[in-house]
Design a protein around this ligand. Structure first.
Ligand SMILES: NC(=O)c1ccc[n+]([C@@H]2O[C@H](COP(=O)([O-])OP(=O)(O)OC[C@H]3O[C@@H](n4cnc5c(N)ncnc54)[C@H](OP(=O)(O)O)[C@@H]3O)[C@@H](O)[C@H]2O)c1
Length: 217
């Protein structure tokens, strides 16, 4: 039975990962660090409201005694003012959490939700910043980096209206294992990878689905 620290639980990916974790017989406790309250209540769930994602001093105790940190916090490049803000949220917030995790739970796994198309030499800023984040998290914490394609996740306050409108169309991609993943399957796969002791790997969309399918057997 594992204990999980979760970031991004109010989002599309994180909300689905939270549901998968709460439903899993392998998960004993989920500690969700969020900046606004969650609507969900559950006996396994502890919610901690936190504002400063570069300094986790106020919630440091929540990092102790966990088996994995599931990092689903993130932002679309369309929702930031430029590279500096995108880098702070994508890279610096995650690295600060990984450093705190290493201090408080040195044996724990760090799972980072990245994205399909992430490349160090990409011409797209978001892709480079995500790739640098993956590299630095793997160096620092042996992180496992997940590269989902379209995530069919929870409704999120931040999802652009167009994205929500297109969701039924995206669902037509379900049969293409490289292009679509159910949000809860990311959670199932992360829980399975934690139980298997995975470290220092990049996992593309089709493999996320394979691990989730195997975890159901
Ligand atoms: N959705 C997809 O199809 C998809 C596909 C591939 C990769 N991804 C990646 O998955 C990650 C999560 O995406 P998503 O679709 O779940 O996004 P989302 O629905 O917008 O959720 C983002 C989460 O991050 C939190 N967050 C964002 N900015 C923050 C900040 N400055 N300080 C503290 N918390 C912050 C949000 O908190 P609040 O609710 O408080 O704003 C929310 O919990 C991103 O890195 C994204 O690139 C998504």
């Amino acid at each position: 039975m594992i204990k999980i620290l979760l970031f991004g639980a109010t989002g599309a990916a994180g909300g689905s990962v939270l549901r998968a974790a709460l439903a899993s017989p392998h998960v004993r406790e989920v500690r969700a660090i969020v900046r606004r309250p969650l609507e969900l209540a559950h006996e396994k769930l502890r919610v901690l409201i936190h504002r400063d994602y570069l300094d986790y001093g106020a919630v440091e105790a929540a990092f102790a005694g966990v088996d994995a940190c599931l990092w689903c916090l993130g932002i679309s490049v369309r929702q930031v003012s430029g590279e500096a803000e995108y880098r702070t949220i994508t890279h610096d917030y995650a690295l600060a959490a990984a450093q705190t995790l290493r201090r408080q739970s040195p044996g724990a796994a760090f799972h980072f939700v990245s994205g399909q198309g992430t490349r160090l030499d990409s011409r797209m800023m978001w892709s480079r910043v995500k790739a640098e984040t993956e590299r630095d998290l793997i160096d620092l914490a042996g992180a496992v980096c997940w590269r989902p394609a379209f995530i069919d996740g929870e409704d999120s306050a931040n999802s652009p209206r167009l994205y929500q409108a297109l969701r039924p169309a995206f669902r037509l991609l379900r049969g293409f294992r490289g292009l679509y993943v159910a949000g809860e399957d990311i959670g199932r796969a992360m829980i399975q990878a934690t139980r298997d002791g995975e470290r220092g790997r990049i996992i593309e969309n089709a493999e996320i689905r394979r691990i989730a399918d195997e975890s159901r057997r």
